[in-house]
Write a protein that binds this ligand. Structure first.
Ligand code: ADP
Length: 205
């Protein structure tokens, strides 16, 4: 089974492309989803409350990710320090969970030939050692701003998050394939199908 990493700018369409691969028969590990689940763990919530207080919890004691994001993505040294703390807290657990899921998939005897590791911070976290090939989903800055505005983000919020990540050109440069997802979904699906055909002919690195 090949393990293929999927990266790209925020709002570039990684989830959309991952879903297309799944429709063709791939399996997916969603690192963002794993991260969200880890933030729900009681031990993590205690550590978060100790660090950031009640302001990041809503009236039902549920962690408010938007409030937390405003702290850790604040464009200042304080913001960077808080992000380092959050990463220190959750990234080892996310890494562990990804490794568990990869092992489960490979031991399941599944006929599936390809596991997509959909992980925006794959390179930042050095998870490239876990994958065989890397796909970068590309979309222009203006397209990504428009898409993330639909999530309720301002262009400043998008910039603040992207500035904490590895430079987007550097990420693109590392990829084995680049999927242009600035256009319509049919064009993207055609390219996904082409890469899927290619993947059938490849072996593990
Ligand atoms: P990411 O996972 O990279 O943050 P998503 O896959 O969630 O991005 O896509 C962001 C938004 O843009 C979603 O609302 C999605 O439906 C939409 N979208 C993705 N690709 C396209 C496309 N080619 N054309 C139009 N809308 C798109």
């Amino acid at each position: 089974m090949l393990i293929v990493g999927l990266i790209g700018g925020i709002g570039s369409g990684k989830s959309t492309v991952a879903e297309m691969f799944c429709q063709l028969g791939a399996k997916r590990i969603d690192a963002d989803q794993i991260g969200h689940e880890i933030l729900q763990r009681p031990d993590i919530q205690i550590a978060a409350r100790n660090r950031w207080g009640d302001s990041i919890f809503d009236a039902n004691a549920k962690l408010n990710r938007k409030a937390l994001a405003q702290i850790v993505f604040h464009p200042s040294e304080t913001g960077r320090e808080e992000l380092r703390f959050l990463n220190f807290l959750v990234h080892p657990l996310i890494t562990q969970k990804i490794e568990d899921q990869i092992r489960q998939f490979s031991e399941s005897g599944s006929e599936c030939c390809c596991l997509i590791l959909d992980a925006p911070l794959l390179l930042e976290n050095h998870w490239e050692k876990k994958i065989d090939y890397l796909i970068f989903v590309d979309a222009s800055q203006s397209v990504r701003v428009a898409r993330t505005q639909r999530r309720g983000w301002t262009s400043a919020e998008l910039d603040a998050r992207e500035n904490t990540q590895l430079n987007i050109n550097e990420k693109r440069r590392m990829a084995d394939w680049i999927i242009n997802n600035s256009g319509n979904l049919d064009e993207t699906l055609d390219h996904v199908k082409e890469i899927w055909q290619n993947l059938q002919t490849l072996t593990r690195k």
